[in-house]
Design a binder for this molecule. Structure first.
Ligand SMILES: Nc1ncnc2c1ncn2[C@@H]1O[C@H](COP(=O)(O)OP(=O)(O)O)[C@@H](O)[C@H]1O
Ligand SMILES: O=C(CO)[C@@H](O)[C@H](O)COP(=O)(O)O
Length: 539
């Protein structure tokens, strides 16, 4: 019986699983029980996107125990489907980036002594010092961002941590809690990211954050790969301890083993007690591992999930005012560049609901029957405060002369405008973060199922768009590959290049070729787009 590797992904809307065998082929027989959406679990712990739960209208949180319940549900469904837990030799995982979990004092002890007759959920009522976890959609920490940039300098902060200050980055969330509710922070024994939180459940004790996901905190020195002491002291605010050193262990490389599977999981589900847990990472870094991007540059990946992200590997980091640089999840010496858009799938979905009868088929029909370039009309749809470019919530529509409109003459043009506007923004901002000369785009995420949307992407960039036979869930597949990679490094007691472990995997890819006449239309629109973006961005 072949050994198995598992990859988990706890992203914004669901927890998912990929299973691969020792030839790294994906097992399909458990696909039906491999996704648990948070919506399907109901509101027992509160909504999974809770707005203003801490009294601040710009905060967005998820109840931490909803993730615990989703994980129980996933494991229980696998057990019912006779999943061969005993064949799993290594597990790794992925989490939506930036989100944080606050473990209350004494929880590690409880985590290491669980009763296998009960679920995690049944035993976790007193594990967290705050019931809500701030997530990446939160934009309540603007004042902290301004303060840190003043303290360090925005360019210097980018050079040090990979990014200027962003509201969702974890250090600002930590400082907000330390300032607003110091008791919560004082009661906190350990702070995890979503990724390291899930890994801690697996190991039955707290485990470190990895370098790639740690790069999304505005707190880790990109070059030293350690928490910056000055920023950590600033984040601690008025706590008795002057840094967070006793609450967040130092980060580790993504291929490192962080522990063995817990005795609880061995007894409850039948995992082998020798099963290794490899550091979990962020969902975008794991997607990079999953789509098989490698240098040379010229290839980027686009994830059309809840957020839209554009990312690619980088040899030499040049962090700037735009986008983010993270440590690579597959090469401890390498880096990746990324742009993130808050208004991704949920915003397209909202336009679908308003203008296309709530149906993707109707959305596609409108997209296919409207003119490329929308006759020069341009739209910016910020259902949520946007990250790229930084903007307040609001919809902005312009006619072909750049005159502001409250609505297009033909309202169905909103369907084309939302998709074109989003992709023109990708194109406009890629150059600025060093993702240049793009010839092919690998797509993943929920909306990568939609060929009509992908055709617009190919035409805007004038580049081939490739979808892969592995489907839209590259983050959990990437995590499974990382489990195999980390396991191999462990066995060989040295770092083995990621390509040596997964390089042989060839996914069949379908290619969408760009229509170069359509691309010319977008080339002409770009300067107008850039000018109008200047009007709608946060000044
Ligand atoms: N046919 C489709 N066309 C466009 N978007 C789609 C389609 N099917 C699903 N989606 C989008 O995919 C999103 C979920 O993507 P997913 O990558 O699973 O999210 P996440 O990983 O952030 O939880 C949904 O919000 C939905 O809008
Ligand atoms: O904030 C970011 C990246 O910086 C987001 O990309 C989150 O990582 C959420 O990912 P999805 O759930 O949309 O995949």
């Amino acid at each position: 019986m072949s050994a198995l590797y598992l990859g988990l992904d706890c992203s914004t809307q669901a927890i998912k699983l990929s299973v691969i065998d020792e030839h790294l082929s994906e097992l399909q027989e458990f696909a039906d029980v491999s996704t648990v959406t948070f919506e399907s679990l109901g509101d027992q712990d509160g909504p999974f996107l809770a707005r203003g739960a801490d009294g601040d209208s710009l905060s967005v949180t998820t109840p931490t125990r909803l993730w615990v319940r989703a994980f129980d549900t996933l494991l229980d469904r696998l057990k019912q489907a006779n999943f061969p837990f005993d064949r799993v030799v290594a597990v790794s995982g992925s989490g939506q980036q930036h989100g944080s979990v606050y473990w209350t004092k004494g929880s590690q002890e409880k985590l290491s002594a669980l009763d296998e007759r009960k679920t995690f959920y049944e035993q976790s009522h007193d594990w967290f010092s705050t019931p809500q976890s701030p997530i990446w959609m939160d934009s309540s920490t603007h004042a902290n961002c301004v303060e840190l940039e003043k303290l360090v300098g925005s360019q210097q902060l980018a050079a040090l941590t990979g990014s200027v200050a962003y509201e969702r980055f974890t250090v600002h969330q930590i400082r907000k809690i330390a300032q607003k509710t110091p008791k919560v922070m004082e009661n906190t024994e350990e702070i995890s990211l979503v990724s390291s939180f899930l890994a801690s459940l697996l190991c039955g004790r707290y485990v470190p954050i990895d370098w790639a996901d740690g790069s999304g905190m505005n707190m880790m020195s990109l070059r030293e790969k350690k928490w910056d002491v000055g920023i950590s002291q600033w984040a601690a605010a008025s706590l008795a301890q002057d840094t967070l050193a006793d609450k967040i262990r130092q980060p580790v490389a993504a291929h490192e083993r962080v522990g063995k599977i817990s005795e609880y999981l061995v007894r409850r589900y039948g995992f082998s007690s020798s099963c290794e847990v490899i550091a979990f990472s962020g969902d975008n870094p794991c997607s990079l591992a999953g789509v098989g991007l490698s240098l040379p540059e010229g290839e980027v990946a686009v994830s059309l999930g809840t957020s839209d992200t554009v990312f690619g590997p980088l040899l030499h980091p040049h962090p700037s005012e735009e986008g983010h640089v993270f440590v690579s999840p597959i090469d401890p010496e390498g880096y990746m560049a990324m742009l993130c858009y808050k208004n991704g799938s949920l915003t397209r979905q909202s336009i679908r609901d308003d203008y296309a009868d709530g149906s993707w088929e109707e959305f596609d029909r409108i997209l296919s029957s409207t003119t490329v370039g929308n006759n020069g009309q341009i739209g910016f749809y910020f259902k949520e405060a946007e990250i790229t470019p930084r903007s307040h919530p609001g919809y902005h529509r312009f006619d072909h002369e750049g005159k502001r409109l409250s609505e297009f003459t033909s309202p169905r043009d909103n369907v084309r405008a939302v998709v074109e506007g989003q992709f023109l923004s990708f194109w406009n901002h890629c150059e600025k973060i060093g993702l240049t000369g793009i010839k092919q785009i690998l797509v993943t995420g929920g909306a990568s199922r939609n060929t009509c949307i992908l055709e617009v992407l190919a035409n805007v960039f004038g580049a081939k768009v490739l979808t892969s036979s592995m489907g839209p869930n590259s983050a959990c597949l990437g995590a499974a590959y990382r489990a195999a990679h980390g396991y191999r490094c462990l066995k060989e007691e040295k770092f083995v290049p990621f390509e040596e472990v997964v390089g042989g995997i060839v996914h069949s890819r379908s290619v969408i070729e760009p229509n170069m006449e359509a691309h010319e239309v977008y080339q002409k629109m770009l300067s107008n787009y850039e000018r109008l973006e200047g009007q709608v961005r946060f000044q």
